[in-house]
Design a protein around this ligand. Structure first.
Ligand code: HEC
Ligand code: HEC
Length: 505
């Protein structure tokens, strides 16, 4: 698929938070949801809509400014997303009446005349009226002509041509191939998504399940690339082997960008919710009303009348005043800044070598002894694998009959069984089928047990709980399960009797 950034281009806004550059949708893709219909809008979270008026407006405006809309994307340079474009540094400049020529450092590049030039450093970077475009390029001499008025840039100034091209390609690929399951906003609620089990991933938690990284870390680009390329066996997530490599790379960046947008919103709103969400304000008004009634009831003769609590309207007004001050004191800006920093760091860290789980020792030889050690570990209280996966490995352990608490609360789910972080019911894998969603190489299973399956109750055992040799014994045992003659031959009856008396967890 050929793609050129022909779209109108609004000039960078250089704020304290970094560059934000907007791209309008190319007409070529209007047929695939890049147009203006209600379908093509990013949704906001319910928790955002729950904020009181001004807080609600501010969060939405922040999101729109920093990320744009599907038909007018904004690339915020601060995040580690490969937005695309060719970067260069000026090594010499020369001015003519209508243009200046800069000599580029580095390799020759192919750039189209008319492509916008965005200055990353130097005097032109801060110039909002700068409207620089490529007027010609000589690959031999590395001379790039930029049609522009005003002061030419200085030696050493950095710029980028065609910033955002890959993000636009990613959007196009996503709209065509992913949107109907994963939704415009990446919330997993596309029109097809609602009928599927497991549900398409809601990227907006910033959480991916089948990664090569340690517990608590984001997915690497390679992880996402592999998932898109090969799909997830045993689920509706298809394999996209037919996409070109550069299309897969671009859609992965778009998915990362949607995940960043979603988690940015989630975290920012969480930061504001206790003071500025309607439900939490109503909650505290209710509490003070009950306390007031209680006091009235217990009032003895001669006691002072208890003070009447503020009404809901009064409390909302007070919150609105407090929010205006929060904004004026630049505390909102600080919260935005911190949230962006946290996400930029987390996604950058995922690409660092030490974040990836690498077994400290080679795979332990797959012998009957190793499998037996694995079996005993599997049935032990050290791992409790059997409580979820069942004694015979069929995914029917006692824990699937329990009522589980919702993450981060004391409340329990209404239905029995395990749930993921997105609130969906989730079965532990039936290990006798030999179907692994996160890859079937021994090292994939090692990583699954080392770091767990993120966003699900499948725990991380690596690092402290189990040694690498023990994890390999478990890998050898688990991989042997599909080949057992009958499930009962894996579970020696003695173990079953002993185990089933124990509480599930
Ligand atoms: C037919 C529906 C469908 C389509 C189309 C689809 N997906 Fe998925 N996708 C899913 C489902 C279902 C899951 C969740 C599987 C699970 O939880 O085990 C998923 C999960 C994912 C994950 C998360 C993997 C993880 O480790 O958490 C990524 C990333 C992803 N899809 C990307 C894409 C991209 C990119 C496209 C388009 C090129 C796409 N999907 C198209 C259904 C779909
Ligand atoms: C608290 C429950 C729980 C415990 C304990 C548990 N698991 Fe899991 N396990 C799960 C769930 C749930 C899944 C499926 C997650 C998903 O795909 O969304 C899973 C998935 C798996 C998978 C499939 C990986 C893949 O790529 O598809 C393997 C293998 C596995 N577990 C092995 C183990 C082993 C070995 C142990 C003990 C060392 C263990 N589990 C302990 C709940 C558990």
């Amino acid at each position: 698929m050929m793609f050129r950034a022909t779209s109108p281009f609004s000039m960078p806004r250089v704020s304290r938070l970094g560059y934000q550059v907007a791209f309008a949708c190319s007409l070529a893709f209007s047929s695939i949801g890049c147009g203006t219909g209600p379908q093509a809008e990013f949704k906001y979270r319910d928790t955002t809509d729950d904020l009181i008026g001004d807080a609600n407006k501010s969060v939405k405006k922040t999101l729109d400014d920093a990320f744009g809309t599907p038909s007018k994307l904004v690339a915020w340079e601060r995040f580690p997303v490969a937005y695309g474009g060719i970067k260069g540094t000026v090594s010499a400049t020369e001015r003519s009446s209508t243009a200046f020529t800069v000599t580029l450092e580095g390799d020759a590049v192919k750039v189209a005349n008319g492509a916008p030039v965005l200055w990353l450093t130097g005097s032109r970077a801060g110039d909002k009226s700068a409207n620089d475009t490529v007027a010609g390029f000589n690959a031999g001499s590395h001379q790039l002509s930029v049609s522009a008025a005003g002061e030419p840039p200085a030696t050493g100034d950095r710029f980028v041509i065609g910033f955002g091209e890959d993000l636009q390609l990613g959007r196009a690929v996503y709209m065509k191939n992913c949107l109907h399951c994963h939704g415009v906003s990446g919330d997993g609620a596309g029109p097809t998504g609602r009928y599927l089990n497991p549900k398409p991933r809601d990227y907006r938690n910033g959480q991916f399940k089948f990664t090569s990284t340690k517990s608590g870390e984001k997915a690497t680009r390679d992880d996402l690339h592999r998932l898109v390329k090969y799909g997830i066996p045993g689920t509706y997530m298809p394999s996209f082997l037919l996409l070109g490599d550069h299309e897969t790379t671009a859609v992965v960046e778009y998915v990362r960008w949607l995940a960043i947008r979603g988690e940015f919103e989630k975290r920012l709103v969480a930061e504001l919710a206790s003071d500025y969400a309607v439900t939490s304000i109503a909650d505290s008004v209710n509490k003070s009303e009950s306390a007031y009634k209680e006091k009235l009831k217990n009032k003895e003769k001669g006691d002072d009348k208890p003070e009447k609590p503020v009404s809901l309207n009064g409390a909302k007004k007070a919150a609105a005043t407090a929010f205006a001050k929060f904004e004026k004191d630049k505390e909102l800006e600080a919260a935005i800044d911190e949230t962006a920093n946290l996400l930029a760091e987390a996604w950058s860290r995922a690409e660092e070598l030490e974040t990836v789980v690498v077994p400290g020792i080679q795979r332990v030889a797959d012998t009957p002894e190793s499998r037996e050690r694995g079996r005993l570990l599997y049935l032990s209280d050290k791992t409790k694998c059997y409580t979820c996966h069942g004694v015979t490995g069929r995914g029917d352990g006692g824990a699937t009959e329990d009522f589980w608490p919702k993450p981060g609360t004391n409340e329990k789910f209404l239905d029995r069984g395990l749930h993921d972080e997105w609130g969906n019911l989730l079965k532990p894998r039936n290990l006798t089928l030999g179907q692994y969603r996160g890859g079937r190489r021994p090292v994939d299973l090692f990583r699954r047990m080392y770091a767990g399956i993120k966003g699900t109750p499948m725990p991380a055992f690596g690092g402290t709980a189990l040694k690498d040799a023990e994890l390999w014994d478990l890998v050898n045992y688990v991989m042997s399960l599909p080949y057992q003659k009958s499930p009962s031959s894996t579970a020696h009856t003695g173990d079953v009797a002993k185990i089933e008396e124990k509480p599930a967890h």
